[in-house]
Design a binder for this molecule. Structure first.
Ligand code: BES
Ligand code: ZN
Length: 580
């Protein structure tokens, strides 16, 4: 046994999937998919082939198979026996209503309230609950797929659409993905969605009542693509379409190729969160083209992407805004490092994740510590030389899978001695933040920081942008005296604020401070959005105080069925940790 990835049964010595053909029939009554998949191999193969599955019922296969009992984290090994010179295998199966990659929404969980909705979220290791496969980013695969859906609904996929055929009450939509992708980028959704054109290579899909606001919020997407291409080279995925998800989507965005998934919480009317679009777009280079070989090197996806995101922001909106985002990131990083006090090993950039669920290890650390490492390299080398390095990284590993050692090797080769000079070993393999690191500096940033610790005047508060408010609140030491919370809220009506990002920063601070006046609003937010970035701080704040702990339990008991399976798992973990 020679495993390629701590989170997959894929074995180096066995056949390698090159492409798959998938047919999925969507049943909103049983909450299951009926699937047929043919895996095609890179070369004829024989003997054992281990596939990843989770909660699948295997109904038949073109070769002998054994489905082993589920192991924690990994799921069930599907052991196939390939006759000599096998080039492909076909499997027939059904998914479970509890498939970890899928959320089945009832009509009342959508904007229109009229139709059900289904979507997938495969990163990091959930693709195996939708299709039996070699579920490791080390094995890139092309695919074709069809979705058989109720005719009243539309199927969309992170792939090129080939057309739709109506057959009475059902419709079949076909897709092809000609560029090889890691399995975690397989993605689709089914629901009542319509689209608006945004530019020559982009449209936005959303529920009818949301689509026009979405089109306004994201109208700048083509200029973003152009800025990104100037920085990182040609866009390789042809289309950059967006799909606005229902509010229970557990992430801010997910970089599914050709079709980025976004939380509706980004639609605030003031474009204050388009950095999330810049982030997902950046993954088209860092992550989707140059992909972490497994979750232990996740920082190569996310740290590089935060770096690219802020370079795009800087190009489009100026260095001041990029610095504000960097400062916000730094606040979040410090909080996250403190939360990992008991598991400091998870704050290394290169992590050891055998026996650790990637969803449990997930935090902002690979994002913001990775970003600071790259900014430190950039500051040491100067931008011009760093950009050469970045371009070399992207071109040498295009459509490849990378590890942290690949990056260190590139640094050493292009800039001999650099890893030692910046103490790369401490960044990569030691917990916490090295003493010498780049820090954002800007006039607006200093101004906001200068106001922390007192109540801003009406004029000062009104001059803040949403991002500045967020930074002000994140930088305010917690807990505050309840009277200070009340004074802030009376002066600036923060509890009534409609920008979820700012609202959550405020509600977290106020809840941590024991300000009972905000609890109704906290409850409302926890019932409305499923984005983990909002759920985690709010549940943590409630759980941190004896007087609000029972409320956390009550809210979770009530809202749980409406949360995404990943969010259910994560919040359950917080509740358990709080009662331990
Ligand atoms: N790829 C991630 C989301 C993800 C990571 C899903 C790991 C599952 C496992 C996506 O690109 C992301 O980072 N989203 C952030 C956006 C933010 C950093 C701008 C989010 O959801 O908050
Ligand atoms: Zn990301």
């Amino acid at each position: 046994m020679a495993r390629l990835d701590p989170h997959s049964y894929a074995d180096r010595a066995q056949a390698v999937t090159k492409s798959f053909d998938l047919a999925l029939e969507v049943c909103f009554v049983s909450h299951t998919l009926r699937g047929t998949v043919t895996l095609h191999f890179a070369a004829p193969a024989a003997g054992t082939l281990d596939l990843d599955t989770r909660d699948l019922v295997i109904e038949g296969a073109s070769v002998p198979f054994v489905l082993h009992p589920a192991e924690p984290i990994l799921g069930s090994r599907l052991e196939l026996t390939l006759p000599p010179a096998t080039t492909a295998v076909e499997l027939r199966y059904r998914t479970s209503p509890e498939a970890s990659a899928l959320q089945w929404l009832f009509p009342e969980q959508t904007a229109s309230g009229k139709h059900p909705f289904l979507f997938s979220q495969c990163q990091a290791i959930h693709a195996r609950s939708v299709v039996p496969c070699q579920d490791t980013p080390a094995i890139r695969q092309t695919y074709s797929a069809s979705l058989d859906v109720p005719a009243a609904l539309r199927g969309v996929m992170a792939a090129a659409p080939l057309g739709r055929q109506e057959r009475g009450e059902r419709a079949v939509e076909r897709f092809v993905m000609p560029q090889p992708i890691p399995p975690y980028l397989f993605a689709f959704a089914v629901g009542e969605v319509v689209s608006r054109e945004l530019g020559p290579r982009s449209r936005v899909w959303a529920e009818p009542s949301v689509v026009d606001a979405a089109a306004r919020e994201f109208e700048g997407v083509e200029s973003m693509l152009e800025a990104a291409e100037r920085l990182f080279g040609p866009y390789d995925w042809e289309r950059f379409d967006l799909l606005v998800m229902p509010p229970s989507f557990p992430y801010g965005g997910m970089e599914n190729p050709r079709l980025t998934f976004l939380t509706p919480a980004l639609i605030t009317g003031d474009k204050s969160q388009v950095n999330v679009v810049a982030h997902e777009l950046s993954h088209s280079w860092t992550g989707n083209l140059v992909t972490n070989a497994n979750a232990e090197h996740f920082w190569l996806n996310e740290g590089f992407t935060v770096f690219a995101e802020r370079r795009i922001l800087e190009a489009l909106e100026g260095a001041e805004l990029a610095a504000l985002h960097a400062a916000l990131g730094r606040e979040e990083l410090d909080k996250s490092l403190a939360l990992f006090a008991e598991r400091p090993e998870l704050t290394r950039l290169r992590t050891a994740l055998t026996g650790v669920d990637p969803d449990e290890a997930f935090s902002i650390v690979p994002y913001e510590k990775g970003y600071l490492f790259l900014k430190t390299l950039e500051a040491t080398l100067g931008r011009e030389r760093f950009d050469v390095l970045l371009k070399t990284w992207l071109s040498e590993h295009r459509f490849g899978a990378v590890t942290t050692s690949d990056f260190v090797a590139l640094l050493e080769r292009c800039e001999p001695g650099l890893p030692q000079r910046v103490n790369a070993a401490a960044w990569l393999d030691a917990p916490g933040l090295p003493a010498h690191h780049w820090q954002p500096a800007s006039a607006r940033l200093e101004r906001v920081r200068g106001l922390v610790g007192r109540l801003p005047t009406a004029a000062e508060g009104q001059s803040f942008t949403a991002t500045e408010w967020q930074l002000f609140l994140e930088a305010t030491p917690s807990p505050l005296p309840v009277e200070a919370c009340r004074a802030l809220d009376t002066a600036f009506a923060l509890t009534a604020c409609k920008n979820p990002e700012l609202l959550v920063a405020w509600l977290t601070l106020a809840t941590e401070s024991g300000d009972a006046a905000v609890l109704g609003r906290v409850e409302e937010v926890l019932g409305r959005f499923g984005r983990l970035k909002y759920l985690k701080p709010l549940y943590r704040a409630l759980l941190a105080r004896p007087d609000t702990k029972p409320l956390a339990r009550n809210i979770f008991d009530r809202e749980r069925p409406r949360y995404h399976p990943i969010a259910q798992q994560v919040v359950k973990g917080l509740l358990e940790a709080a009662s331990a």
